[in-house]
Design a protein around this ligand. Structure first.
Ligand code: ADP
Ligand code: MG
Ligand code: MG
Length: 206
């Protein structure tokens, strides 16, 4: 477990977001401005370019650089939110051993950053509806003695349930909230990309 796993996470995420870009944009076309797939793909391709041209000695350095890249390249609502996640995640791991517990603390710090910037509540039909149950499931798995692979798998499964549960919700944050009741019946794009990132983490980090 080391910086290579995190490089692989970013690489695998970039591939998954690229493969799902049309799908994410289709979801965003129903309740937003049809750019979420393109936004995420652009941001993660910029991260891949960064991985190709530099090497990183520590996880915090890598994650902070990834976060800054997302803030500057993704734009929209999701860029600053995902960027803040990675910045806080990296900052929390500075000087720390990589264990399920410290990664859980970093996960919590990252989600705290999303909450602080976006001010979404559970049920507002945003990416937070995937992050919050994922973090809870991760913590519960670690408390129950799970290893990193088990905890990340639990997190990814909980994110997927949270994503599915956004379908009937009326959006209260972001562009989708402009539609009011008409936002119901559609899956939130950001909760969908969050689930892809966590499924990628479960594949690569442990
Ligand atoms: P934009 O809506 O600016 O075009 P994107 O399409 O890239 O940005 O991202 C849209 C996603 O961002 C939404 O599906 C939602 O999950 C997320 N989002 C929007 N506003 C917020 C918020 N205040 N808090 C958390 N997530 C949000
Ligand atoms: Mg959009
Ligand atoms: Mg936009």
């Amino acid at each position: 477990m080391g910086v290579d796993n995190f490089v692989n996470w970013l690489w695998d995420s970039a591939g998954s977001l690229h493969d799902n870009a049309a799908y994410l944009t289709e979801l965003d076309s129903a309740i937003g401005d049809a750019d979420h797939g393109a936004n995420m793909d652009r941001g993660f391709q910029a991260i891949v370019a960064l991985l190709d041209e530099s090497s990183f000695g520590t996880v915090d350095e890598l994650m902070k650089k990834a976060g800054m890249t997302l803030v500057s390249k993704v734009g929209g609502a999701s860029g600053p939110l995902y960027g803040t996640f990675f910045l806080r995640f990296g900052t929390a791991l500075a000087g720390a051993d990589l264990t399920p517990a410290t990664i859980g603390e970093a996960f919590k710090a990252g989600v705290g950053g999303i909450l602080q910037r976006g001010k979404a509540e559970l049920g507002d039909k945003t990416m937070y509806d995937a992050w919050a149950p994922a973090l809870d499931a991760y913590d519960a798995a670690v408390a129950g003695g799970a290893d990193l692979a088990g905890a990340l798998t639990a997190a990814a499964e909980a994110a997927a349930k949270g994503r599915d549960a956004t379908v009937p919700l009326v959006a209260r944050k972001g562009r989708a909230s402009y539609l009011g009741e008409r936002s119901a019946g559609h899956q939130d794009p950001g909760a969908t990309s969050t689930t892809l990132l966590l499924e990628s983490a479960a594949r690569t980090l442990a």
